[in-house]
Design a protein around this ligand. Structure first.
Ligand code: FAD
Length: 466
């Protein structure tokens, strides 16, 4: 029997009194809310969608739902890739799409405070003219900053700058019982008891509802440029990653890409990639105070890449050239999705020196299973995005093959000391692999933490540990 209650007419009436014009139920709910970007993981229409505008509204909704045992699924922009923001057990989806204010940019403390629904692509406008920037750079710019915080999103610039977690200084969070807590603030360090803020980051809406976020900003680098290194084969290309990272040039991003994936992006975007000479490419971005200051790093990386088998090193220092390369890179996921009927994703992270071994494993697994696998990824931080494409496979055969492939890939990652998810999270789709990876003892600890924050289990049930 479900531990939860359905949403009744009187519940809806209460929600409508609280959030007039921002409560949707039945046929008025857009099907956009029944999935995230991975439709392969199913469609789950909530019983109601509520669009909050203030922390007080969120507190009131949570208090009410907690007392009546109604599940609450927090949702940002729904760009997640593991089914994190879907209402697996019905109840309400509580959306932050109307909480889009940048509340403060504090240039003296180099911080900004935002509402959770601010989109990643909108935030830079608020920083214009300050000389400051926010380094986290996940590929999907229509994601919310709240969603980024709650999945600990990574992205391209993580090699040099780190991930979202490294930029979160403070959070205001509504707990399941409706109380509001403030974690951290504008201070840049703390040694003050258990780090609840670190527990909250990446908790995918299972421990609390983020209502306000304070992030760290850093001085904006004046110049950036990219080096595109074509290699004859993928193995040679990926094997160049550890020496590139160790050569002292402090790259901002190190991405790898294969010809087949680039071709998908060319078709998807209708634009030509600037080079067609190779099967595999390493893309390295450098940030610095001036082009002159970056010249020694360009020279070092060029010599190194050529000595490691690169056919050439192409410098992208004009906006046009940079855009044509990075736009293609940014479109990979959508382009692969567009090239097949459906697909499943594996977002493991392995120690960086084992990337070549893991990529080899991927190729071998796909070949043996007889499925098309496409991969690309943040080679510089060991995080690979691997897509198993269904193409024309019948349902039964697809289910059986994709499950065998996933088992094999996660097992291989585990054997290499890797983790289930580098940045996309666990949601409900990756739960079995998390358990296999961390084991019963750690799962029990996580369940204990969940119970301490949310004793009735109303917050995003069915995710991570639920
Ligand atoms: C093309 C593409 C490229 C991508 N590239 C990257 C990438 O490079 N790096 C990366 O890390 N991810 C990437 N992603 C995945 C996705 O964009 C991130 O996971 C992102 O952080 C999700 O943000 P969102 O606002 O869409 O959150 P949603 O998908 O709406 O929610 C994600 C999770 O956070 C929870 N949540 C959202 N808001 C709140 C809140 N206010 N309080 C509590 N919980 C909340 C939800 O319940 C859910 O569990 C990509 C996705 C796509 C489609």
């Amino acid at each position: 029997m479900s531990p939860f209650n359905p949403v009744s007419e009187s519940d809806l009436a209460y929600f409508r009194s609280l959030l007039p014009g921002r409560v949707f139920s039945g046929a008025d709910i857009s099907t956009d809310y029944d999935h995230d970007e991975m439709t392969e993981y199913g469609h789950f229409l909530p019983e109601a969608v509520l669009q909050a505008q203030t922390a007080e509204e969120i507190q009131a909704v949570l208090k009410y739902c907690n007392e009546r045992r109604i599940p609450v699924t927090p949702r940002g922009a729904g760009t997640g890739l593991c089914g994190g923001c879907v209402a697996l057990h019905g109840g309400i989806v509580l959306s932050t799409e109307k909480m889009k204010k940048v509340l403060e940019v504090d240039t003296r403390n180099m911080t900004a405070t935002v509402e959770p629904g601010v989109l990643l692509m909108e935030f830079p406008k608020a920083l214009e003219g300050t000389g400051l920037f926010y380094p986290p750079d996940p590929g999907e710019k229509t994601a919310t900053m709240g969603g980024n915080a709650m999945t600990n999103a990574g992205g391209m610039r993580a090699v040099r700058y780190g991930v979202t977690r490294d930029y979160i200084l403070g959070m205001e969070v509504a707990l399941a019982d409706g109380s509001l807590i403030t974690l951290g603030g504008k201070t840049v360090k703390t040694s003050s008891g258990y780090s609840l803020i670190d527990l909250m980051i990446g908790s995918e809406g299972t421990l609390g509802f983020l209502t306000k976020l304070t992030v760290k900003l850093v001085p904006e680098p004046k110049v950036n440029l990219s080096l595109l290194m074509p290699f004859d084969d993928l193995d040679q290309c990926i094997s160049a990653v550890p020496p590139v990272l160790a050569c002292g040039c402090d790259p901002t991003a190190v991405e790898f890409m294969e010809r087949e994936v680039i071709s998908c992006a060319e078709t998807y975007l209708g634009k030509q990639f600037p080079d067609t000479s190779a099967d595999a490419y390493l893309l390295v971005r450098l940030d610095g105070p001036s082009a002159e200051a970056l010249q020694p790093a360009i020279d070092t990386l060029t010599d190194l890449a050529l000595s490691l088998g690169a056919k050439d090193v192409l410098l992208a220092d004009t906006d046009e050239r940079k855009e044509s390369i990075w736009n293609a890179r940014g479109a990979f996921l959508e382009a692969i999705k567009n090239s097949t009927s459906t697909m499943d994703e594996c977002d493991v992270v392995v120690p960086r020196d084992l990337i070549p071994a893991f990529v080899r494993q991927t190729v071998e697994t796909g070949r043996r299973a007889g499925v098309r696998i496409r991969s690309f990824g943040h080679a510089g931080d060991g995080n690979l995005h691997i897509y198993v494409c269904r193409d024309g496979l019948p349902e039964g055969e697809w289910k059986q093959k994709v499950s065998a492939v996933m088992e094999e890939l996660y097992e291989a990652a585990r054997g290499m000391g890797g983790q289930v998810s580098g940045e996309h999270g666990i949601g409900h789709a990756k739960k079995p692999f998390l358990r296999e990876s961390v084991g019963d003892r750690q799962m029990a600890l996580m369940q204990g933490i969940k119970a301490a924050f949310d004793p009735n289990g109303i917050l995003n049930p069915g995710k991570i540990v639920g």
